[in-house]
Design a binder for this molecule. Structure first.
Ligand code: GUN
Length: 283
């Protein structure tokens, strides 16, 4: 078994991004990211803090708009519009999930697709499914980067994705399809999950369920990408895959922590730089 090391690769990407930020600053452009967080969900706060810290590390300006859970939807949309019209802001990100009383899709659609560095706007989701240029959601983007870094062939491979969310499973399906893999996507209503996972050359799991995948559910020498983030009873961060069990049988596995998580942040920075470079072209 070999590890898919997301810490090493994300550090390399961040060094390259820092260099690109310095080059942009020579043209008087400081890339800027605006983050909106609603409510005080602890996990969301942690992610937002990690994102702003990563921006600081590479020299991207970031601003966090923190709003109370009971705020009305229009106020969030007004803030988004303000950021849409702010020339110093290249990327806008609304941390999900939003409180239940807020229409998530209405909020996401208020973001200018040219600043949607999370890649959640229907315009960007549509763009990736058509293999057009657009922002790719950071987590699926990070998964593909990680596999490519280890020179793992995707063309013609049987890929099984467990989890069909709008922000991970569905865009990841498009990205694999764009690489000519054969993709199977499983979800909560899938019957006999094991029958599908056993067929996979590459298995990606993004469900949020500890130990969902065990060694009896995979074939020998499979590549396993664990996208789950859970806290176990001891408060330790773990994925969706029973790591000790599965790692004895697979060829590659991404650990949690240290696999896809750091890649997600690196790819968000990469999207922000991509947007800032468009600002340079537009000048
Ligand atoms: N919630 C869980 N993952 C993400 C993400 O990648 N972006 C945002 N905005 N919210 C999330």
């Amino acid at each position: 078994m070999k590890l898919l090391d997301g810490i090493k690769l994300s550090n390399e990407i961040k060094i390259d991004i820092k260099r690109q930020v310095q080059a942009l600053k020579k043209h008087d452009i400081t890339p800027g990211l605006a983050v909106i967080i609603v409510g005080d969900d602890t996990a969301s706060m942690t992610y937002v803090n990690m994102k702003s810290k990563a921006c600081d590390t590479v020299g991207i300006y970031s601003i966090v708009h923190k709003m109370p859970a009971n705020i009305n939807e229009q106020k969030i949309i007004d803030t988004i519009n303000m950021m849409n019209n702010n020339d110093n802001i290249d990327g806008i990100l609304v941390q999900l999930p939003l409180p239940n009383n807020i229409d998530e899709s209405k909020v996401i659609q208020a973001i200018n697709p040219q600043k949607d560095v999370d890649g959640f706007h229907p315009f960007n989701i549509g763009s990736i499914s058509l293999k057009l240029d657009g922002f790719i959601p950071a987590t699926p983007y990070g998964v593909i980067k990680l596999l490519k870094q280890y020179k793992i062939e995707l063309k013609g491979k049987n890929v099984c994705i467990v989890g069909a969310s709008n922000i991970v499973g569905k865009p990841l399906m498009s990205l694999f399809l764009n690489e000519y893999a054969t993709v199977q996507i499983c979800h909560i209503y899938t019957k006999n999950l094991k029958q599908h996972t056993l067929n996979a050359d590459i298995l990606c799991v993004a469900v949020g369920k500890i130990n969902l995948i065990t060694s009896d559910m995979i074939k020998e020498d499979v590549i396993v990408v664990d996208i789950g983030i859970n806290k176990n009873e001891q408060g330790k961060l773990v994925g969706d895959v029973d790591f000790d069990d599965v790692s004895k049988k697979c060829e590659y596995i991404s650990p949690v922590p240290g696999g896809v998580g750091p890649m997600t942040i690196a790819m968000l920075l990469d999207n922000t730089i991509k947007s800032a470079k468009k600002r340079k072209k537009d000048e």
